[in-house]
Ligand binder design. Structure first.
Ligand code: NAD
Length: 385
């Protein structure tokens, strides 16, 4: 019988787990065994006894590697070299930012399956869309974190002690996380304005009831790609966008930034001059803050800093991990939807003719089979030679 092994996450500060006890029960219905690494769910408050009650076995990490046919994770495990020939590794493996890992897994004979390559607009792929489920958590938490750091109320309150004005919140980047941040800040009573470089996103903003920030044509146009994602703005467009945003930003109390361009550094949307012009007590939350930069000048990943002018800047690139129960539960559902396709009759049977599997299977049979990842590896080879 096929065994699915759940590894404890190894990333610093990571609290999520790839499979929940509820997920174990669902997975067992596919006719597979499940082995969970001892303590894998503890940081998300899922105890070993719950996994066992749901039908899983628990074992040490080495045993999980040794006995599983399919390994599941969120981020690539630090000790991924332990995965062996013929094993499947399913997670958010970021092969477009780390194609070298894909190469190593191919050489080791591991079949790597990465949920971040899912074709997101296919309706039958939606249950598997882990980027969306995690971005929803991040967007929700961004508004909560901002409200907690802000020194005033989000809503307008009329009390015997007077009336408070509602907070003015600006959300930059209106993809999945941005729209969830808009909705959450609105539920908290703030007056919300949002902005995105894609035309389609402007209609999405309007449908949430938020106002659309108009930059009078700056930062529009060349950024719309055919796959629904934003592309990178040309240097002159990006400079015009920064200038227009810098003029608009100081009237807001809270700015939440979520802008990403797949495979590129995040664009800077809140330059230093905009931060300097904001009122003391304002809050900026940067969801794009990570090792490759962020949307806010000077934001530090996973840190809360204050500018000389009294603006709090929160580098918040890993918010899903701060809500580990909900994030893990949603991720587990995404994973199970994909595993149901990969393990149709209780044993692994890949179908690379299937549009979803062709997109998410990165390595197989000792080779990198995903064309986008192969292209990236070829480009690197060309640069080196
Ligand atoms: P993302 O995380 O890649 O980027 C977040 C947002 O930043 C995007 O809306 C992008 O347009 C915006 N952005 C990038 N550069 C910018 C700039 N310079 N200025 C302002 N904004 C900028 O995006 P995402 O949330 O993963 O969504 C990507 C696309 O996929 C969207 O069109 C989304 O609606 C679509 N999507 C579709 C489905 C579906 O059809 N089921 C599911 C999920 C996402």
């Amino acid at each position: 019988m096929t065994t699915v092994g759940v590894l404890e996450e190894t990333g610093e500060g990571e609290r999520r787990v790839a499979l929940t006890p509820d997920g174990v029960q669902r997975l067992r219905r596919l006719g597979v065994e499940v082995t969970v690494q001892t303590g894998a769910g503890r940081r998300a408050w899922f105890g070993d006894e719950e996994y066992v009650a749901a039908g899983a076995a628990t074992a040490g990490r080495g045993q999980v590697y040794a006995t599983s046919d399919v390994l599941v994770c969120l981020d690539p495990p630090a000790d991924v070299g332990e995965a062996r020939d013929g094993q499947l590794l399913v997670g958010l493996l970021s092969p477009l930012t780390d194609p070298g890992l894909a190469q190593r897994l191919a050489v080791a004979g591991v079949t790597a399956v990465s949920l971040d390559l899912l074709p997101r607009t296919l309706s039958r792929a939606q249950a598997m869309d882990a980027l969306t489920s995690q971005a929803n958590v991040a967007g929700y938490q961004a508004a909560i974190v901002a409200a907690e750091a802000y020194g005033g109320y989000f809503p307008m309150l009329m009390t015997a002690a007077g009336t408070t004005r509602p907070a003015q919140v600006l959300v930059l980047g209106a993809g999945v996380a941005g729209l969830q941040a808009v909705a959450t800040a609105r539920r908290l009573g703030a007056l919300v304005t949002a902005y995105d470089v894609r035309d389609a996103a402007r209609a999405d903003i309007t449908s949430t009831g938020a106002a659309v920030l108009d930059l009078a044509g700056a930062g529009t146009g060349s950024a719309e790609r055919t796959d629904g994602y934003a592309g990178e703005l040309a240097a002159d467009e990006a400079a015009a966008q920064q200038r227009a945003l810098a003029a608009a930003i100081p009237r807001f109390d809270v700015v939440i930034t979520t802008a990403q361009v797949p495979g590129k550094r995040p664009p800077v949307l809140v330059p230093a001059e905009a931060l300097a012009a904001m009122r003391p007590g304002s809050v900026v939350v940067d969801l794009a803050a990570g090792p490759h930069g962020g949307n806010v000048a000077g934001s530090v990943p996973e840190q809360r800093t204050a500018t000389a002018g009294g603006v709090t800047v929160i580098g918040a690139g890993r918010l899903p991990s701060t809500m580990p129960q909900a994030a893990s539960t949603a991720y587990a559902r995404n994973l199970i939807a994909l595993l149901a396709a990969l393990i149709p009759q209780g044993s692994v049977a890949l179908d690379l003719g299937d549009e979803i599997q062709a997109a998410v299977v990165v390595t197989h049979g000792g080779k990198v089979v995903n064309p986008r990842v192969r292209e990236l590896l070829d480009e690197r080879k060309e640069i080196r030679s």
